[in-house]
Design a protein around this ligand. Structure first.
Ligand SMILES: Cc1cc2nc3c(=O)[nH]c(=O)nc-3n(C[C@H](O)[C@H](O)[C@H](O)COP(=O)(O)OP(=O)(O)OC[C@H]3O[C@@H](n4cnc5c(N)ncnc54)[C@H](O)[C@@H]3O)c2cc1C
Length: 417
């Protein structure tokens, strides 16, 4: 069957599902997108909106286990594991800890980089032609430090990024960072500027995806959760939902942090944990940063947007707990106040959390389901799903329509787990 008369059902209306639907349409498929809740309201809604080809290194880095263990006992810490009996979580954490070494760091980085680099290029094309009004900016991102010790420790990672991965960066002195970003308090010890990074407003990105998809004829069905697939044999004929069956020749599961809940449909478990992060969105302060900022000492990010300003971060392993933790939100405010002259503005427009789809090796899964020959899984984009989505969508479309893949899909195979 040629791509032009192929029917594809994409399940999940986040950045990954949207990009898959888009590239499948461009390849000539007829696409229906099913979303259990509302399109674009999952983790892709209130994140920091960084498009970060510089974020090549996996989360599991040498020395991290000690730091995380110490921070677990510290109320004001970006990491938190809610103590509870959950075998899947403890197995995940153990596997994560086993990867905190240089060998895995480099191997992980080599598998992450192609998705990031290709996506960054594709974003330029998409922003020029297809996605409008996303508050897209390309001046890079600044990593800012208050402590000499922390900055020198980070300089090792920066060196690795340059030497092993060719990531461009500039080191700024205390005086240079003060001149470059007057919104920062005086006394910062320095910064690293990554000029190849970009940023956008994520809710506007999702609105732009929706306009682009509907203009190309994609049917978006909201409040339509997938419950399973209907056979015969190992070929899925339709996606089953409470609103009825949606027939297709191929199916794409882009269900983010919810993917492990679809174990029956997939045919095996997938080691994805929801990694809860928070953000607070406000109007722009009078003295608003001109560049997006990351404060690595506190793992907090600042996104200056044309129409607002956002503080975001924290990593909480608390299962599918859907409460807004006021201590986590206070941590964001207090961290921003250490660095910025005007860290907050009134009124608060949104306090938000999202579940990042976290795998223990920081790599997504882009592979066929072991149960169904025509069901593809694309989930587990960790902390970089916005940054990786265009290349993921293009790769999924190439795999489904039999085009030569523009990236080697093998590092993202489900069989690695
Ligand atoms: C605080 C924070 C800051 C972040 N900052 C950045 C950043 O700066 N840059 C970056 O690249 N990434 C960032 N991320 C990570 C990024 O947000 C995620 O990696 C990305 O949104 C994941 O996209 P997704 O499409 O896989 O998941 P989602 O956006 O969560 O979409 C999955 C969708 O699937 C739907 N779904 C689930 N189950 C079903 C079902 N059974 N049937 C139908 N639909 C279903 C869900 O309702 C949801 O809409 C951040 C995350 C957080 C929390």
């Amino acid at each position: 069957m040629s791509a032009s008369n192929r029917q594809v059902v994409v399940i999940g209306g986040g950045a990954i599902g949207a990009a898959c639907a888009y590239y499948l349409c461009r390849a000539g498929c007829t696409v229906t997108l099913l979303e259990r809740d509302r399109f674009g309201k999952g983790c892709s809604h209130g994140n920091c909106g960084f498009i970060s080809p510089s974020h090549v290194l996996p989360l599991a880095e040498p020395g991290l286990v000690g730091k995380v263990l110490k921070s677990l006992f510290h109320r004001k810490s970006p990491f938190r594991v809610q103590p509870r009996f959950d075998l899947n979580l403890w197995a995940w954490l153990l596997q994560f800890a086993r990867r905190c070494n240089r060998t895995h760091l480099l191997a992980g980085g080599r598998a992450i980089q192609p998705l990031l680099a290709s996506s960054r290029r594709l974003y330029d094309e998409l922003m020029a032609a297809e996605l409008t009004d996303c508050e897209w900016h390309t001046q890079g991102v600044l990593f800012v430090f208050r402590s000499v010790v922390e900055m020198e420790a980070y300089a090792e990672s920066d060196r690795l990024l340059r030497d092993e991965f060719g990531v461009a960066s500039y080191r700024l002195s205390s005086a240079e960072v003060e001149a470059r970003e007057p919104a920062l308090k005086p006394g910062m010890v320095g910064a690293f500027h990554y000029p190849g990074d970009a940023h956008l407003r994520p809710d506007k990105l999702m609105a732009a995806w929706r306009r682009a998809l509907e203009a190309r004829g994609v049917t978006i069905r909201e409040h339509c959760p997938l419950t399973g697939f209907v056979g015969p044999g190992d070929t899925a004929r339709a996606a089953a939902t409470p609103a009825g069956e949606f027939p297709g020749d191929a199916f794409v599961l882009a269900t983010g942090a919810w993917t492990p809940l679809l174990r029956e449909a997939i045919g095996r478990s997938v080691p994805i944990q929801p990694g809860k992060g928070y953000s607070i969105t406000m109007p722009r302060p009078r003295l608003c940063p001109s560049l997006p900022l990351i404060f690595p000492e506190h793992k907090v990010a600042i996104t200056p947007m044309d129409s607002g300003y956002r503080i975001g971060s924290t990593m909480e392993f608390a299962g599918y707990d859907a409460t807004l933790n006021s201590q986590r939100l206070a941590f964001l405010r207090e961290s921003a106040a250490l660095y910025l002259r005007e860290p907050l503005a009134e009124p608060v427009l949104e306090e938000w959390f999202g579940w990042r789809p976290m795998t223990y090796d920081s790599l997504p899964i882009i592979d066929r389901s072991p149960r169904w020959a025509n069901v593809w899984i694309t989930a587990g984009h960790n902390m970089l799903g916005i940054s990786m989505s265009p290349a993921t969508g293009k790769l999924v479309s190439e795999l489904i329509t039999g085009q030569p893949p523009h990236l080697d899909p093998r590092p993202y195979a489900l069989s690695r787990f």
